[in-house]
Design a protein around this ligand. Structure first.
Ligand code: TRP
Length: 340
């Protein structure tokens, strides 16, 4: 497993059955290679080690920065498709949607009572998302979704959360909610830890962070031709001698990094191989490396994509299981709080 924290990794390897992982994504569009190397690979590795995996299709969280979600059910199924293609095993993992688990959502109310408005307003990821939303008003959900995310994590008492750096403030909120709940009402929740991927932030074809909304991403499910086209259009520079210099040559560095991840080599090594043959040669190499690496994943994805009924079943079974777990936790919460 690639995590920045080797003692946690060792602890998990020694006793995988003692841990539970929850993570998830907003169903807003296809997952891309940044998701794959940033978190999907880690989830699959944790599953292989024998850790129980919960994955939330965060459909309510989509509504933080838009008025309505278009085709939410279709987006949810496509997210499940990307998960399964990447190697998440529906027989072992619980893949479910927010909107299908009422007891999870009910935890939001007592949890909201445990944080102050000032704390909610200080969350740097939320501030950043507000700044990038381009909207003149900010919804209440935008400020409170980190507490909802705490419910995602705590309803199943997950202790490990594999996420990217931007999710760290939300994990702090989750830990605060768990701690204060336990102090006020008695011990119910664990203190979950973030598992940060050791893979560096994947750069997109414009040299910025790879992201759906920036239009610089290579989707996991892209065809080989699409992949070639997207990578051919990547921003590079006129210097024919290829070097790994993320600060001054972010576009080139992004391509080198992607090739390095697919080939299990270092970016410097790949740069050395291209030498002074220029960006076009580098793009050809990266395209081949990506297409080769993702060929089996894409083949599996194409097979699964043909069976929408199966994707719906996976989600239905996951929802059912998540509901059982959430009902149990909510009963404990009511008991601890002394409510009906
Ligand atoms: N906020 C996460 C994202 O935007 C998605 C998410 C929702 C999540 N609930 C979660 C991640 C719980 C980890 C744990 O990518």
């Amino acid at each position: 497993m690639t995590t920045t924290d080797s003692t946690t990794a060792d602890r998990i390897r020694r006793n995988p059955g003692h841990h539970r992982v929850l993570t998830g994504d907003r169903p807003t569009g296809p997952l891309h290679l940044g998701h794959y190397f940033g978190t999907l690979q880690n989830r699959v590795e944790l599953q292989r080690l024998g850790v129980e995996l919960f994955v939330v299709v965060a459909d309510y969280q989509v509504l933080t920065d838009r008025d309505r979600a278009d085709n939410p059910a279709e987006h949810a199924e496509n997210l499940v498709l990307d998960y399964l293609a990447a190697g998440i095993d529906p027989d072992r993992a619980t893949v479910f949607a927010h909107s299908a688990v009422p007891a999870l959502n009910q935890l939001l109310l007592p949890f909201l009572s445990l944080v102050s408005v000032a704390e909610l307003g200080r969350n740097p990821t939320v501030k950043d998302e507000i700044a990038h939303s381009g909207r003149s008003t900010v919804s209440g959900l935008m400020f409170t979704y980190p507490v909802h995310q705490a419910a995602d994590i705590l309803f199943c008492k997950a202790d490990l959360v594999p996420v990217g750096q931007d999710q760290i403030p939300h994990l702090e909120t989750t830990r605060t909610v768990a701690r204060r709940f336990n102090e006020r009402y008695g011990p119910v929740f664990p203190q979950p830890e973030a598992l940060l991927s050791a893979a560096p932030l994947l750069l997109g074809t414009d040299g910025g962070k790879m992201s759906k909304s920036r239009g610089n991403a290579v989707p996991l499910g892209a065809t080989e031709d699409d992949t070639a086209r997207l990578l051919r259009a990547a921003t590079t520079d006129a210097d024919r001698r290829i070097s790994h210099d993320p600060e001054h040559r972010p576009g080139v560095a992004g391509l080198l990094q992607l090739a390095a991840l697919c080939l299990d080599r270092t970016p410097e090594d790949v740069a050395e191989e291209i030498g002074d043959r220029g960006a076009a040669a580098l793009k050809r190499l990266v395209t081949e490396a990506v297409n080769e690496y993702f060929r089996p994943i894409r083949a599996r994805r194409a097979e699964l994509a043909a069976d929408r009924g199966f994707l719906r079943d996976v989600l239905r079974n996951g929802n059912e299981r998540a509901n059982k777990v959430a009902d149990t936790t909510l009963a404990e919460v009511r008991e601890a709080m002394g409510t009906a």
